[in-house]
Write a protein that binds this ligand. Structure first.
Ligand SMILES: Cc1ncc(COP(=O)(O)O)c(C=O)c1O
Length: 396
């Protein structure tokens, strides 16, 4: 009798596979750190901060478009990029906004099609989030919508490099800098993504990363970083992450800060994983290319704009009958997810900021998007399993 082999169910995510692939290196880093007897803001954090800043500084010259009164719009590659390790991506955004003197009475323009953390950080400073629509092709901030939303109260702009695709930074920086606004990149989903050859995170005034375990560069707990070239801003973030203390005067708060420190164990693990980031991003890109060449025509694939390197933190497709498709994928043994099911201005906590929001693309996306399994440790058989399940799920 012949038995038909059904493939094992494929979960949307598998973080164990990544750990297993580097188990020896990660375990050694963890043991070294435990043995060191120093667990907060020590050698591992300092080394990771230096290594991540070097990685983000990249090796390509930055674009040199003019903006902000003639200064280079994509900032000079000569100023040294610095990194400050903090406790999460949300804290990174809050600290970056604080460092830019954003507070009550100020408006910060961002998108509603993002993780709620982007808006949560703005609210934690007391400022008001102003939500603008996204470009329906890249799912990132529409610069025309940004321009229309700027008022005399606008203090900063937070473009989000969502799903791993860079936002249209040339237009955003030009608009923002012409009006004296700060630009804080939300890079939580875009470690290693490039814009005109330059890694994101080195483009605006400050940039914020999350090392939440699912990210392209993920810790094994919470973690985040703020990155920038302006020493005054970076030093301020460094002070604010630890109660406003300075290196010269610990325990004396020069200004009001918070406790948001990347810990030594997470930094040690991130140092191991940073060495694999480009290789893993390349693998994500090759899986995305496989999906895009094989998915049925009824599914709209994600797009990579010219001069952009997408790192596919998520492979987000669009499909008209999204919920039915997901159910059929689940029945076929393949997990999917939605990032995100409700735009921020339609969530109860943020409905107070919905007045005046016209976000047709954002609202439509929420009904159509679906994230397919995407991580660098998917096997060839699993990639095939996703494609075959999607083909079946699309033919009702
Ligand atoms: C776009 C975006 N911004 C900010 C964050 C916040 O990061 P964290 O979860 O580390 O606070 C996340 C993470 O979920 C994110 O995806």
């Amino acid at each position: 009798m012949t038995t038909i082999q059904t493939p094992n169910p494929l979960p949307f995510l598998d973080l164990r596979a990544e750990y297993q692939s580097l188990k020896h290196e990660i375990d050694a880093a963890v043991m070294r750190t435990l043995d060191s007897g120093w667990y907060i803001l020590g050698r591992e954090v300092a080394a990771f901060e230096a290594e991540f800043a070097t990685y983000l500084a990249g090796d390509q010259p930055a674009a040199t478009d003019e903006g902000r009164g003639g200064q280079s719009q994509i900032q000079t590659p000569n100023a040294k990029l610095e990194c400050v390790g903090v406790n999460s991506g949300t804290d990174a955004l809050q600290l970056a906004l604080w460092a830019c003197q954003v507070g009550p009475g100020d408006e910060v323009i961002t998108v509603a099609h993002t993780a709620v953390a982007t808006a949560a950080a703005i609210r934690l400073t007391g400022a008001t989030p102003i939500f603008v629509d996204v470009d329906p092709i890249t799912f990132t901030m529409d610069p025309t919508a940004l321009e229309a939303a700027i008022t005399q109260h606008t203090k900063a702009v937070i473009p989000v490099h969502l799903y791993g695709h860079p936002a249209d930074m040339t237009s955003i920086l030009e608009l923002a800098y012409a009006r004296g606004l700060r630009v804080i990149e939300d890079c939580a989903q875009a470690h290693g993504a490039r814009y005109h050859g330059q890694p994101v995170g080195a483009l605006g005034d400050l940039a914020c990363f999350s090392f939440y375990p699912t990210k392209n560069l993920g810790a094994r707990g919470d973690g985040g970083a703020v990155v920038g070239r302006d020493p005054a801003l970076v030093d301020r973030v460094r002070r604010l992450r630890e109660y406003g203390w300075t290196p010269q005067a610990r325990y004396i708060s020069q200004e009001e800060g918070m406790n948001s420190r990347l810990d030594e164990l997470q930094a040690a693990i991130l140092r191991v994983k940073l060495r694999y980031l480009d290789q893993w991003n390349a693998r994500r890109r090759s899986i995305a290319a496989r999906y895009s060449s094989r998915l049925p025509v009824s599914i709209t694939r994600p797009v990579e704009r010219p001069h952009c390197t997408h790192v596919y933190h998520l492979y987000v497709a669009r499909i008209a009958d999204r919920d039915g498709f997901r159910q059929r994928m689940q029945a076929g043994g393949v997990g999917t997810a939605i990032h995100y099911p409700a735009p921020i201005h339609q969530q109860p906590a943020y409905a107070q900021f919905a007045a005046g929001c016209r976000l047709p693309h954002t609202e439509r996306l929420a009904d159509e998007i679906v994230s397919l399994p995407m991580h660098p440790h998917l096997s060839e058989a699993q990639i095939e399993q996703v494609v075959e399940a999607a083909q079946l799920a699309s033919t009702r």
